[in-house]
Structure formats: structure tokens, C-alpha cells
Design a protein around this ligand. Structure first.
Ligand SMILES: [Zn+2]
Length: 253
């Protein structure tokens, strides 16, 4: 159900439409979608991926986001159990999902998402600090790590942006990417460096594949937000394990 709502956000926020009303309509025949035709995943399967009235195919994006959101939420529940961290984890996943799909479609990361996300996060991190003084999603005890992560993520990508523009004489990254890295940093602390590393790894891999498939030219802009978001998700679930593995490599003499 949250995935369904995230679909609405992905579709409407870049068009500057309200995410609360009007209710969902078929983009082609404009008929309102009845509640029983709006059940996440199930309705898509029952309707065979087509509008009940005009048979217009429904974008695969809808069931896909519903499925991804549902699976990530389930993983988060397995990781955190019923806790304050779970709430923040679900929020983190939701923001990253919306940002990913908007960036793929429109090559932007809207401030309309990032600013409210920052406000909610800061309030939540403060509440969390009062109760257990840990980095909420990673579980390390330190009151200053959210601030350090925020600065590390933001400043690092800012430098990449400035240097990249000088070297390539064109925009390599947007302000939205910098804000997204800073946002991830609040949650991940020093682990933001791992998320950034994974983000660049995924981004360059996808870039090389798209160029090889001739879907993109070498100078075309490929959105970085989705790679960074994926780096953030992998770090959320496997960050500690990856770090231990990496340290372990150096311990073997
Ligand atoms: Zn229709």
C-alpha cells in the first residue's frame, strides 16, 4: 500500500500536482479507478495489466514499485523488528524509492522531496538520541555521527561536482545528488563513504553497459541518484558485514 502511494508521488510530484487529491484516474480514458481495481499488485494481475474500461496497458512501473517497496519493507522488519528504528528505516527506504524513479524519468531530485525529508529526519534523529544515543539504522553509539555523515556526504559530492565540471566542462552531477548524499549521511554516519563507493561502482557499471549497448553516448547525462540510492540500501542492510569482511581481508597475514 505504501508502494502504491510512492507511485503517486513518483508520477505527480515532478508534474507539481497534489499527491492527496484527486483520486487515481486512468491517464487515457480519465475514468476513476475503483478501490477494488486499486489493490497493490493483485489488481494489476487480475486486470492483466490493462485499464478495465479502455484496455490501455498500465505501466509496469506501478506493480514494480509496489513489489520493491513491499520486499524492502519486509527486509527492514526482519532487521529491526518492531522498533523506532524500523519506522525510520521504512521512511529511508520510501524516500530512496521515490527519488530513484523520479530521477530515472526526469533527471531531477526534487527539493519538494528532499527538504521535508531533511526536516523529518532531523526531528527523528533528535528523538532517537534522547532514547538511545545511537545512529538509528547502524546501531553505533555516537551523538555526532549523523552530523559527521551529513557533512562528509555533502562535502564529498560537492567536491566531485566542482572538480568534475572543471575536468569534463559540463555538469556531471546535480545539486540533488549532493543533497541526497548528505541525507544518506545523517542515517549512515561514516558508512556514507561505503554508500558513496558502492554508488560510484553501480553508476559506472550501469554507465559502461548503457554506452556499450549504445543506449547512451559517452557525454550523455546518466542519473546518479538511483546508483547512490542503491548504495544507501545495500549499506543499510549489509554495511556492517561488508566492513567486517573488508577489515578481515587485511587481518589475514
Ligand atoms: Zn482507461
Amino acid at each position: 500500500m505504501v508502494g502504491s502511494f510512492l507511485n503517486v508521488c513518483v508520477y505527480r510530484i515532478p508534474l507539481k500536482e497534489s499527491i492527496i487529491k484527486p483520486p487515481s484516474k486512468c491517464p487515457k480514458c480519465k475514468k476513476l479507478i475503483k478501490p477494488w481495481d486499486n489493490i497493490p499488485l493483485v489488481s494489476y494481475l487480475i486486470l492483466g495489466g490493462k485499464c478495465r474500461h479502455c484496455k490501455e496497458p498500465i505501466s509496469f512501473q506501478y506493480p514494480f514499485i509496489e513489489l520493491i517497496t513491499g520486499m524492502l519493507f519486509a527486509f527492514a522488519f526482519l532487521k529491526f523488528g518492531l522498533s523506532l528504528s524500523l519506522l525510520l528505516g521504512l521512511f529511508y527506504i520510501s524516500v530512496l524509492t521515490v527519488v530513484t524513479f523520479i530521477d530515472i524519468k526526469h533527471l531531477i531530485i526534487p527539493n519538494k522531496i528532499m527538504y521535508p525529508a531533511f526536516i523529518f529526519t532531523v526531528v527523528f534523529v533528535l528523538i532517537n538520541f534522547i532514547y538511545n544515543q545511537t545512529l538509528p539504522l547502524i546501531g553505533i553509539k555516537s551523538p555526532f555521527l549523523p552530523i559527521a555523515g551529513f557533512l562528509a556526504g555533502g562535502i564529498f559530492l560537492f567536491i566531485v561536482t566542482v572538480v568534475g565540471e572543471k575536468v569534463f566542462k559540463q555538469e556531471v552531477m546535480g545539486g540533488g545528488d549532493i543533497k541526497l548524499a548528505a541525507f544518506l549521511g545523517i542515517f549512515l554516519g561514516w558508512y556514507i563513504l561505503l554508500a558513496l563507493f558502492l554508488g560510484f561502482l553501480f553508476g559506472s557499471t550501469v554507465g559502461v553497459i548503457l554506452v556499450l549497448l549504445k543506449r547512451k553516448g559517452r557525454r550523455d547525462l546518466i542519473p546518479f541518484g538511483p546508483s547512490l540510492a542503491l548504495g544507501g540500501i545495500v549499506t543499510l542492510f549489509f554495511g556492517l558485514k561488508i566492513y567486517e569482511f573488508y577489515v578481515g581481508l587485511w587481518m589475514i597475514q
